[in-house]
Design a protein around this ligand. Structure first.
Ligand SMILES: Nc1ncnc2c1ncn2[C@@H]1O[C@H](COP(=O)(O)OP(=O)(O)OP(=O)(O)O)[C@@H](O)[C@H]1O
Ligand SMILES: [Mg+2]
Length: 294
């Protein structure tokens, strides 16, 4: 019995259902420990224990999957270490995520308990504060669950002709914009073949980051060329320290005490799924997204 890592390069739009890989493994004497998909590298990893490489091949044959590489863990090389470290990162994300969710649940539970106690009295103003805290905790849990799901799930794109301006406006509806913050959106518009919901979540993430870093002025501009559009989000916040600029699109990189550090890595994979690019520069902090029109 040895430990193996099976690696398969995958087209993000045709990722097999990870659960189906886990199923029927017993039949071949295989124990699947971890299944993970790295969208950036377009690779699927399966960490398992098996009598030999052969059983893994037989198991995959039954599922009509062929693997690019099956390696015994004892004989690792640098690239396999990289694969394992990605799996570890996913484990860390889940641990971080569970911790955050537990905290929010405990805030919600304490506050609902306090409401119950206050309902018999006339403390209405304080009751309002408790309800707001519960709502905030629920909102935070929802956002974190969605982020983790977006990170592990490879949903195919639902592309249709969409107005960039409308997507931006829809993204802004989701925010409570602080009074001292102004967001300028472009007067012009462009129609792009894209998955509007996913692009909206990219725009929301970028705007949300700028607001949370206390930028006061966020300017969005849109340039249309013959085959692509360019959307720029500039803000007057403090900018990104030079040593971090290479890291901000990596999963789990965050400078916030309660951030998941998944926001921008999800943005990058969504944009790349659209065959576009996302880049950042300082002075002023500007995120530039280039999307093909078709
Ligand atoms: N407009 C910005 N100005 C300065 N730094 C930024 C800006 N946008 C992102 N960053 C930096 O990039 C990091 C990663 O951003 P990302 O959205 O991936 O995660 P996060 O915002 O930290 O966490 P979460 O999205 O879960 O709240 C941030 O922690 C921050 O340091
Ligand atoms: Mg973020």
């Amino acid at each position: 019995m040895g430990y193996f890592l099976a690696v398969k390069k995958i087209n993000p739009e045709s990722c097999p259902d990870l659960e189906s890989v886990r199923q029927n493994a017993d039949e071949f004497g295989i124990k699947v420990y971890q299944l993970a998909f790295n969208r950036e590298l377009h690779k699927m990893y399966c960490l398992c224990q098996s009598p030999s490489e052969n059983e893994i091949k037989e198991h995959l044959k039954k599922l009509q999957i062929t693997c690019d590489e099956i390696v015994e863990i004892e004989n690792q090389n640098a690239s396999n270490f990289e694969a394992l470290s990605n799996i570890t990162k996913i484990g860390q994300t889940i641990a971080n995520f569970s911790h955050e969710i537990r905290q929010s649940i405990s805030i919600a539970s304490i506050n609902s308990h306090l409401i119950q106690k206050k309902l018999d009295t006339k403390e209405f103003e304080r009751v309002k504060t408790n309800v707001t805290r519960i709502e905030n905790a629920i909102e935070k849990m929802t956002r974190q669950i969605n982020e983790v799901l977006d990170f592990v799930r490879v949903a195919p794109l639902l592309k249709k002709e969409s107005s960039i301006k409308k997507i931006l406006q829809d993204a802004l509806i989701g925010f409570t914009i602080p009074q001292d913050v102004s967001i300028k959106i472009p007067d012009n518009d462009s129609i792009v073949m894209c998955d509007g919901e996913k692009i909206q979540s990219v725009f929301s993430n970028i705007i949300g980051n700028a607001i949370s870093i206390h930028a006061k002025r966020i300017t969005v501009t849109l340039n249309e060329e013959s085959h692509f559009v360019e959307v720029n989000f500039s803000d007057d916040g403090p900018g990104i320290p030079k040593e971090n600029i290479e890291k901000i699109f990596e999963p789990l990189f965050t400078t916030k005490p309660t951030g998941t550090g998944l926001g921008l890595s999800i943005c990058k994979s969504i944009i790349e799924q659209h065959n576009g690019t996302i880049k950042v520069r300082n002075h002023p902090t500007t995120f530039t997204i280039v999307l093909p029109k078709r």
